[in-house]
Ligand binder design. Structure first.
Ligand code: PLP
Length: 360
């Protein structure tokens, strides 16, 4: 068995320990004589899995009791529509545009009401986070929306925007559980788990209870009505059972390994190894303004498309896979999520140094 160093932005690397546990339990989950994939979502065994997953997530993030935790399906992209359907009571909201995912959420919101651009970093190919200290937020806006970590461009909000008292909604797909966060600063947090936490097909939504009151927009599908999902403990219909089970294992892995503060320390260490090298390299360059750099997604270029392609090919042959940048921006991107070991980043940097020496 040969595992590679997988720098994919998502679906992405998962902890080996978790994969092994899942393999061991594949045919017979805890004496039930069946796989978790084969069991009723209303069974006693599954009830324990989903309840423990929620309890462990609450403990990892210190989620207050007045927030609901939902496990849903449909991709983070479906949530782009769920957000306005559930929260746009006045049919008006502000969006901060920091990349493709924020732009897509903005476009989706425009189908349901007035979505207003509050700030954008499109002028410099989204290579920075705009100043959000004095945004043109108006009294009639239902919420302010951000994509907190920009998976494609490699930027992260290190300071949350001043929403002038309005509800903050954040897409944290690619930084979820990479470091502690203060849930009380948000009205709603959501993540597609395939970036840092689990297999594709499961979404986590954390939403403050009072936001579930009042009508949703007419035409909202029952499945996208968060009040219905919350009232049914994410079991209105069959949830993404197996995905939730794997997420639960990752939550336990995080708790065993010191929780999110320990994870932050490790992620900072890994990111520093790579950014320090990029800062001194004569061949490779980071593409993001320093103070806005993401700990999770690190884009870089050589400035020459042919050299980029040559590097990606050579890296793959050496066991460093999925380093190609997003199809919309090119270059390279190393995603170094929780499950990427320090050693993986060290070895990548050693490989880059060697490549640099031979390709000046
Ligand atoms: C990947 C990603 C999405 C889209 O996720 P899907 O589950 O494919 O819809 C949305 N937002 C962010 C920040 C992402 O990284």
């Amino acid at each position: 068995m040969a595992r590679v160093y997988n720098f994919s932005a998502g679906p992405a690397v998962l902890p080996e320990e978790v994969l092994k546990e899942a393999a061991e339990e594949m045919l017979d989950y805890k004496g039930t004589g069946m796989s978790v994939m084969e069991m009723s979502h209303r069974s006693k065994a599954y009830d324990a899995i989903i309840k423990e997953a929620e309890a462990d997530l609450r403990s990892l993030l210190n989620i207050p009791d007045n927030y609901k935790v939902l496990f849903l399906q449909g991709g983070a992209s479906l949530i782009f529509a769920s957000v306005p359907m559930n929260l746009m009571k006045n049919r008006k909201a502000g969006y901060i545009l920091t990349g493709q995912w924020a732009k897509k959420a903005f476009a989706e919101a425009k189908m349901y009401g007035e979505a207003v651009e509050l700030a954008s970093s499109a002028d410099k190919t989204f290579s920075y986070i705009p100043d959000c200290s004095d945004l043109p937020v108006t009294e009639d806006m239902d919420y302010v929306y951000i994509c907190e970590n920009n998976t494609i461009y490699g930027t992260k909000f290190h300071t949350l925007p001043d929403t002038k008292g309005k509800t903050l909604v954040s897409d944290v797909s690619s930084c979820f559980l990479s470091e502690p966060m203060d849930v009380t600063k948000y009205g709603m947090i959501y993540a597609g788990v395939q970036k840092n936490v689990g297999p594709a097909g499961t979404q986590v939504v954390i939403i403050r209870e009072d936001l579930l009151e009042g009508d949703v927009l007419p035409g909202t599908p029952t499945m996208m009505n968060y009040k219905v999902q919350a009232d049914n403990d994410s079991l209105y219909n069959t949830p993404p059972c197996y995905g939730i089970y794997i997420c639960g294992k990752v939550f336990k892995w995080l708790l065993r390994n010191g929780g999110l503060s320990a994870m932050k320390e490790l992620n900072e260490k890994k990111a520093k190894i790579l950014y320090d090298f990029l800062d001194e390299s004569s061949l490779f360059k980071g593409t993001v303004r320093k103070e806005d750099r993401s700990l999770m997604n690190v884009p870089f270029v050589t400035g020459n498309d042919e050299t980029d392609a040559k590097f990606i090919k050579a890296a793959e042959a050496a066991g460093f896979v999925n380093l190609k940048g997003h199809r919309s921006v090119g270059g390279m991107r190393a995603s170094i999520y929780n499950a990427m070991p320090v050693e993986g980043v060290e070895k990548l940097v050693a490989f880059m140094k060697e490549f640099e020496k031979n390709n000046q």
